[in-house]
Ligand binder design. Sequence first.
Ligand code: NI
Length: 136
Amino acid sequence: MKVTVNRKAHFNAAHRLYNADWTDARNAVVFGKCANPNFHGHNYELIVSVKGEIHPETGFVMDMKILKKLIEIEIEEYLDHKNLNEEVPEFKTLNPTAENIAVVIWNKLRSKIDENLHLSITLYETPRNFVSYSGE
Ligand code: NI
């Protein structure tokens, strides 16, 4: 029997979507307003989901106090109020799309969570646009 526990988190960040190998014109066509050289911001909403067996002694899949702290340190402090392109090393060469941000977040959390637990994340870039990643 496996149960999924979920924790919501939030951060604000700025980015610019841009492929340095392309002309400005092609970037403008593909990324639209998101290619604006002066950057723009999003209010990102994150859901971290951890699935596993219920531990018989605690009744927990994972201690939510630990998960909360992990997200605060690894994700919120790392990304909140940052310019992703310029201040977050992973995005020096990686386009900070919601897809790529989700993969970066997942990778940072995966190494800190018990390997017997399945990790998936959902990242909302806007209330209607969101992506999911679970390491596949
Ligand atoms: Ni954007």
